[in-house]
Design a binder for this molecule. Structure first.
Ligand code: SAM
Length: 225
């Protein structure tokens, strides 16, 4: 379902333009994303299967759950969520037509609802989802703080969220690293406490972070009603 029409909320940087290209989705899942994960997380970081295990452990998806995968790309995580939520509702949302077209072609995603929409203006009511994931995308999204606020808004009481994004490490100040990397690639480098702080500001609790190389996995939950 395309809820954006002619609108394109993805940015103008090289990283963002690649995501809406025709070519990248064809090699995204099997070549681009595993290589990118290695570069970001280092040789000892989790591989794609490991990342899926981390996402599932953070999201604790069960039978009948409603699950949203924000910026789902070709659905490489969304399909695992669908398998973990028999009888549930699983939505993969992305702004890229070409990524979603590839997602719909991949086997295993038959029960998933693919939605073309914006991470910064999620087309869902407050508290709609038991679990919300956003992996490898906040650093490409133009207004990531708005996306975090939207993710928190659609999370039901007792719901869980899992994020994977960049994090500044080492002696170079986060602001300087971000300024250089973002200008060249369009990819944002988050300060160490930026995402965890943003989740807390949205009223989420149990905020936990696991760092792998230049990446951070962050989980949190909305307190039960
Ligand atoms: C690197 S892919 C991540 C895909 C998948 N989540 C993963 O971990 O492999 C980033 C995705 O973010 C999407 N994206 C970027 N800006 C967006 C926005 N404002 N709203 C929705 N999706 C966006 C891109 O189209 C792209 O598919």
């Amino acid at each position: 379902m395309d809820l954006l029409g002619d609108a394109d909320p993805t940015g103008a940087g090289p990283g963002q333009r690649l995501m809406v290209s025709r070519a990248l989705p064809l090699i995204y899942e099997r070549v681009w994303r595993p290589l990118g994960g290695r570069l970001l997380m280092g040789a000892l970081g989790p591989d794609m299967e490991g990342e899926r295990r981390i996402a599932l452990a953070m999201l604790r998806i069960g039978d009948g759950d409603a699950v949203l995968d924000v910026a789902c790309g070709t659905g490489n995580f969304t399909r695992a969520f669908a398998a973990a939520a028999p009888g549930g509702t699983v939505v993969g949302l992305d702004a890229s037509r070409t990524m979603l077209a590839q997602a719909a072609r991949e086997p295993g995603g038959e029960g998933v609802a693919w939605v073309r929409g914006s991470a910064t203006d999620l087309p869902f009511r407050d508290g709609s989802f038991d679990a919300v994931c956003c992996f490898a995308a906040l650093y490409l999204i133009e207004e990531p703080e708005r996306a975090v606020a939207e993710i928190a808004r659609v999370l039901a009481p007792g719901g869980r969220v899992a994020l994977l994004s960049s994090v500044a490490r080492g002696p170079v100040p986060a602001g300087a690293a971000d300024a250089v990397v973002r200008r060249v690639t369009g990819v944002r480098i988050f300060g160490r406490d930026e995402l965890t702080g943003a989740l807390r500001e949205q009223g989420l609790t149990d905020v936990r972070r696991r760092i792998a190389g230049l990446a951070q996995f962050v989980s949190a939950s909305r307190p039960p009603a």
